[in-house]
Ligand binder design. Structure first.
Ligand SMILES: [Zn+2]
Length: 84
């Protein structure tokens, strides 16, 4: 199980990032439903997935927690946030 994002040289805007996030979340949910892994194993994979998204957002100049550009982000810890 790997989370793959579309390879592109283009920097994504917040709308595109959100669409990528939604798609990735759907894939993750579908995979979780089918997976025979134990709960704690799934949690580890979810953590890794969140971290990958966080990095992906940062590379594209956005905060994963609030979805804003890093310039306009008001989060205390912009790169450590959690999408609810
Ligand atoms: Zn933020």
């Amino acid at each position: 199980m790997t989370v793959t994002f579309e390879e592109s040289q283009d920097v994504k805007n917040s709308n595109e990032l959100h669409q990528i996030y939604r798609r990735s979340l759907q894939n993750m949910r579908a995979w979780m439903g089918d997976s025979p892994l134990r709960f704690d194993e799934k949690l580890g994979i979810i953590d890794a997935w969140q971290e990958e998204l966080r990095i992906y957002y940062r590379e594209n100049g956005h905060c994963y927690a609030c979805g804003e550009q890093l310039d306009g982000c008001l989060c205390h810890e912009p790169l450590e946030g959690w999408v609810q």
